[in-house]
Design a binder for this molecule. Structure first.
Ligand code: ADP
Ligand code: ZN
Ligand code: MG
Length: 503
């Protein structure tokens, strides 16, 4: 019998707010331990929480971005448990009345049997809760840092719609892209801003009922999630194939040993004794508030990529580049809107401008800090942000350059020279062409002379071409271009050479 995996993810994301969820302490990373704390987030007796408005908005904004329903009634509940990093002995969360529910994420992944390369995963809910502190264990004692206690945290729960480790990985990346685009979270993995619990079971292919759910904790990157699943799924299949029975349980991923190990079974599951927090009013968003939040909805990454391919006729790789580098994509679009050759504009922006920018930024900043594995492959840190803003030339200059090439006023070789000059000096392309005499020679008379000369001094290659070696033409063409100092119209050169050699 063949088995298939069923996966659902619970993703915790730190919200991008200035202050914590219930108090005015800073929501910031990397401060000295216990410097961003107050009686409220330390859970001292008698204090009262005041909800962070922006956190409420960002949660509902996430609901909109994930196509969720936004109920007109939501509330906060206490989830009771004891753990030293949580001084109140309960976590405030949303239990049965979350702020958002029943949405979906669409992302690029060609699932089994899918006709296109998109997959859809249903979102059960995205609800608001608070983070806890952090424990540190030393030789003979332990320490607690409460800077993170009470930081607004959103939990995004998926339906068990994922079917493979790769699909889970792509879902997480898509979710991260959406949250970063939407300004909901920076999703910086290195700073622990995204954490994910994985639920996975196996069942005979085609079966309706779900198998026993096993939850895996302690992955600290998206690729860690993928590796944990790559280990856990075959393990579960091996158990059931050998006649064993899986029981609902929680396992811990050991990233070094690359295995999951049993933590607890359902028997020792907690009873959290959820009840509505009496210190917090229920939430009843009204039309005006919802409209205000909705006005912050931005175009999503996938939609942007698809629009760039559709509206500007870009190949997928270019559109992907502009999806991942938002400032560069915006810059491209500002020019492409006015151009008849958006693809040519994209080539200049990606191949030339971006290269120049990274060159100059690596010259300015010394050793760039090493980005995490995930940061590199996805939304790259905006190394180009700063410099795009202080380009010496106007966007219109790039438009002009493209049209100089399109109208064959200059050759593509000369265009490279013009670009380098306009990047360094900010002069306009036409002026540079005039100043440097780069206008392309399309005067056949002049080109004929160059061709005659090249054929005369290169009898070998000329004969090679005549005796059926077409590659020899490129060599001769190169010689003519050289002789004309790159100014001859290459298409004309080719034609004239061929005509002369075949004569
Ligand atoms: P709990 O009540 O233990 O929190 P839920 O039913 O709320 O469990 O589900 C938590 C997560 O586990 C969700 O992401 C859900 O999609 C996923 N899940 C639930 N049942 C299964 C299963 N049998 N196999 C895989 N994932 C599951
Ligand atoms: Zn505080
Ligand atoms: Mg649940």
């Amino acid at each position: 019998m063949e088995y298939e995996a069923v996966i659902g993810l619970e993703t915790h994301v730190q919200l991008k707010t200035k202050s914590k969820m219930w108090c005015g302490c800073a929501n910031s990373f990397g401060a000295e331990p216990n410097t961003n704390v107050c009686p409220v987030c330390l859970g001292l007796p008698g204090v009262l929480p005041v909800p962070n408005d922006e956190a409420l908005r960002l949660t509902v904004l996430t609901g909109f971005l994930l196509n969720c329903e936004i109920p007109r009634f939501a509330k906060f509940d206490r989830k009771s448990y004891f753990y030293p990093d949580m001084p109140k002995n309960y976590q405030i969360t949303q239990y049965d009345k979350p702020s958002t529910a029943n949405g979906y994420v669409e992302f690029e992944f060609a699932g089994a049997g899918s006709t296109n390369d998109l997959s859809r995963v249903r979102i059960t809910r995205a609800h608001l809760e608070e983070d806890v502190g952090k424990s540190f264990h030393f030789d003979r004692n332990s320490g607690l840092d409460f800077n993170r206690a009470g930081v607004p945290l959103m939990e995004i729960v998926s339906e068990p719609d994922l079917t493979s480790p790769d699909m889970a990985y792509e879902y997480l990346n898509a979710l991260k892209d959406i949250l970063v685009y939407g300004g909901v979270s920076d999703c910086d993995m290195e700073k622990g801003m995204v954490r994910c619990d994985v639920n996975v079971s196996v069942r005979p292919v085609g079966a309706k009922d779900l198998g026993a759910k096993i939850e895996i904790k302690n992955m600290n990157s998206f690729s860690g999630v993928r590796r944990a699943l790559e280990y856990e799924i075959p393990r579960q299949i091996a158990v059931v194939k050998s006649g064993g029975k899986l029981i609902q349980s929680t396992r811990r991923w050991d990233d070094v040993a690359a295995v999951t190990e049993q933590m607890r079974t359902k028997e020792d599951a907690h009873d959290y004794r959820y009840f509505p927090d009496p210190d917090l009013m229920p939430l009843a968003p009204d039309d005006a508030w919802l409209a205000e939040v909705k006005s912050r909805v931005v175009e999503l990454p996938l939609a942007r990529k698809q629009r760039f391919m559709r509206d500007y006729g870009l190949p997928e790789s270019d559109a992907e580049t502009f999806k991942n580098d938002v400032p560069l994509g915006d810059y491209f679009e500002g020019i492409a809107k006015h151009s008849k050759s958006p693809k040519a504009v994209a080539n200049w922006v990606i191949n030339n401008l971006r290269a120049k920018l990274s060159e100059s930024s690596s010259r300015r900043e010394s050793a760039p800090t090493e980005a995490s594995e995930i940061d590199q492959s996805r939304l790259t840190s905006a190394a180009t942000d700063v410099t795009l803003a202080d380009l010496k030339f106007q966007p219109g200059a790039l438009l002009e350059l493209v049209s100089l090439v399109e109208t064959k006023t200059i050759s593509s070789t000369a265009a490279q020279q013009v670009f380098a000059e306009m990047f360094d000096t900010g002069k306009c392309p036409t002026a540079i062409v005039q100043e440097k005499g780069l206008a392309q020679v399309s005067d056949t008379g002049a080109i004929e002379k160059f061709c005659d000369e090249v054929i005369a001094v290169n009898p070998g290659p000329a004969n090679d071409f005549k005796s059926g070696k077409p590659a020899a033409l490129n060599f001769l063409k190169g010689q003519v271009m050289k002789l004309s100092k790159g100014k001859a119209n290459p298409a004309l050169v080719g034609e004239i050479l061929e005509r002369k050699l075949k004569a």
